[in-house]
Design a protein around this ligand. Structure first.
Ligand code: NZQ
Ligand code: ZN
Length: 387
């Protein structure tokens, strides 16, 4: 097991009705709040109105219309400007991962005098960030429990995972009932996203029985409860377990002591959604089985065998290669069974920019350092196989 230095400073407040604690939580920060949200789902579910009512004696500035795959321009830039103009003390992000990620970049940009892109692109290390509180309304990214935010810059086709311990939310409210209205498409994308977060951390070196078991249990739980959420969107128990599983996805808790993962599927998907603005979880579901097929070899075989037996219950007496291939097939079939489009063409991506994207990924994502190192040629082959 490798050494590690680990802390997640985020307070999680979980369950039905926990929003009643919001005024007390917000009172520990200064009086001025930047309330951030997306295209209106929080108004449809009555959450926006509830937040304003609970915080009626506070000074609130709003940033709305944060898009999926949140954009540097205008959302991050507008948010930074509002924070500076109004001397904001704390950001309250209400929505999905995109709203929270955007808020994280704003939090750092608000405490920096230069161009916020300097921070997001790692040219300059942030010295401070505004505190962030969030009410997450979509189970998927785990942004509510991690220190990263993913920001897209359209004109350069960049989609960068900006990570800094300063960006951990101080407090995350997780009420599964807010996820009842998430569409089937976004619910399925959320399942695929959280499953892939787990898979990225499972396929590494120096793994332990402990971490492997945690990952395998995550995957089984996400498949069982994910299906239940799709069948009955108001199944509280299923939504709750899915929400908690998603929360564990990206804060390293699944892989403490393992060798670091290169997060190859994310490296590839981020370029796909930077170039084509596709839904993150769908892109991952399409890439994952093709990536698995590409990296299956003598060295990686035992991992696939373990994955197949412990996650999908494949007969351990079968030939090892058969188990591995069945495991990849089961992965594909699960995503297909929850109605995710399983070909890039179905989400509007053709072969025309594969070379350009593969080059961008190879230069920017460091996938030659992954568990199964990927060259530019490997990346192009995986994307081509996903068409
Ligand atoms: O904009 P609104 O109107 O709020 O609608 C959103 C949006 O259209 C809707 N939605 C959210 N909550 C809802 C709801 N609709 C009905 N009822 C609700 N309760 O869902 C749509 C998608 O929302 P979005 O926030 O984009 O989804 P998600 O949470 O999956 O976030 C995706 C973004 O997170 C990044 C992805 O790359 C992508 O940009 N990621 C962030 C990570 C992190 N911070 O750790 C890790 C991930 O790997 C991922 O890369
Ligand atoms: Zn993800």
């Amino acid at each position: 097991m490798q050494n590690f230095d680990y802390m997640t400073p985020t307070r999680l407040i979980f369950g039905k009705g926990v929003i009643e604690k919001l005024p007390k939580v917000m009172a520990q920060f200064g009086p001025k709040i930047l309330l951030t949200y997306g295209g209106g789902s929080i108004k449809k579910i009555g959450l926006y109105q509830k937040v304003l009512e609970l915080l009626k004696d506070r000074e609130i500035v709003e940033l709305s219309d944060i898009q999926p795959n949140p954009k540097y321009d205008p959302s991050v830039l507008d948010g930074v400007r509002l924070c500076k103009e109004h001397n904001v003390d704390v950001i309250l992000a209400v929505g999905g991962g995109s709203v929270l990620d955007c808020s994280k970049a704003i939090a750092a940009g608000a405490c920096y005098d230069g161009d916020p892109w300097d921070l997001i692109s790692y040219k300059v290390k942030a010295k401070a960030a505004l505190p962030i509180v969030d009410i997450i309304t979509l189970a998927a990214t785990g942004s509510e429990y991690d220190s990263g935010g993913v920001i897209s810059r359209t004109e350069t086709n960049d989609k960068i995972g900006y990570i800094d311990p300063l960006l951990y939310p101080r407090v995350s409210f997780l009420d599964p009932t807010y996820t009842f209205t998430v569409s089937k498409k976004q619910t399925a994308a959320g399942i695929a996203d959280a499953m892939n977060h787990t898979i990225e951390q499972y396929f590494t070196e120096d793994t332990t029985l402990l971490n492997d078991g945690f990952c395998e249990s995550m995957l089984r739980s996400l498949m069982v409860n994910g299906r239940k959420c799709l069948e009955n969107p108001e199944d509280y128990t299923a939504r709750a377990e899915m929400m908690l599983a998603c929360t564990y996805g990206c804060n390293r808790i699944l892989s403490l002591g393992n060798s670091p993962s290169g997060w190859p599927c994310h490296g590839i998907e981020h370029a796909l959604s930077a170039y084509y603005d596709i839904t993150h979880g769908e892109g991952l579901a399409i890439i994952t089985p093709r990536w698995m097929t590409h990296i299956l070899n003598e060295r990686t075989l035992p991992r696939f065998v373990k994955y197949g037996i412990n996650v999908f219950g494949i007969d351990a007496n079968l030939d090892k290669w058969e188990i591995a291939r069945k495991a990849i097939d089961e992965t594909y079939r699960f995503f297909e069974s929850i109605n995710i489009p399983m070909h890039l063409r179905e989400v509007g991506i053709d072969e025309s920019r594969i070379g350009e994207m593969a080059h961008h990924i190879a230069v920017n994502e460091g996938l030659d350092q992954a568990y199964a190192p990927l060259s530019e040629k490997d990346i192009a082959e995986i994307i081509t196989a996903s068409l």
